[in-house]
Write a protein that binds this ligand. Structure first.
Ligand code: GDP
Ligand code: MG
Length: 163
């Protein structure tokens, strides 16, 4: 049940100086940060992250917008570990469309636009953060963004309540 999941603060989150705020929310939940780095990825790398799966689910136009969005500035990549971490991280992140993302979630508290607005402007929905959607995506994304050497195993204050 202990899972690892991939989280990325997107370029808008970095530029809005929300890195600390995002990390604080995951830390407060008791999840453990086991890897983190800032990097500015290129288009080829972005295509490995936003795979054809996005085209199938959201269409070619959204995928192309996402590929431009994720390379527009540095991002902060992280791996968080914990009990049902994939689902818990998605809960903390909130829904994809800012308009309906619930207050108390990262997207609900820090973003507000609608799909309709973003689509009309030919913009991706800028929602601060990416988090793996399921176990298959998490495995792919953790391995894509981090080498084994960049992930750490250590004891933190929460472990006493888990083991
Ligand atoms: P997520 O897992 O909640 O990030 O959502 P998806 O994996 O379905 O989509 C990836 C990203 O594409 C979202 O976080 C948004 O930035 C963007 N996106 C998704 N759907 C739309 C859409 O209908 N219109 C626009 N403009 N952007 C979208
Ligand atoms: Mg997704």
């Amino acid at each position: 049940m202990i899972e690892r999941t991939f989280v990325m603060i997107k370029p808008d989150g970095v530029k809005r100086a929300l890195i600390g705020e995002v990390i604080r929310r995951f830390e407060n939940s008791g999840l453990k940060l086991i890897g983190m780095k800032m990097l500015h990825v290129d288009k080829d790398f972005a295509k490995k992250h936003y795979t054809e799966d996005i085209t199938v689910r959201r269409g070619e136009a959204v995928r192309n917008m996402l590929l431009d969005y994720v390379v527009e500035g540095p991002v902060v990549a992280m791996v968080w570990e914990g009990v049902v971490a994939i689902e818990v991280v998605r809960k903390i992140v909130g829904g994809t469309e800012p308009r309906t993302a619930v207050p108390g979630t990262i997207r609900g508290d820090y973003t507000h636009v609608s799909y309709a607005y973003a689509d009309a402007k030919k913009l991706p929905v800028k929602n601060i953060i990416h988090a793996s959607g399921d176990a298959k995506d998490a495995a792919h994304e953790v391995a894509l963004w981090f080498s084994a050497k960049e992930l750490f195993s250590y004891t933190n204050v929460h472990d006493v309540h888990l083991y």
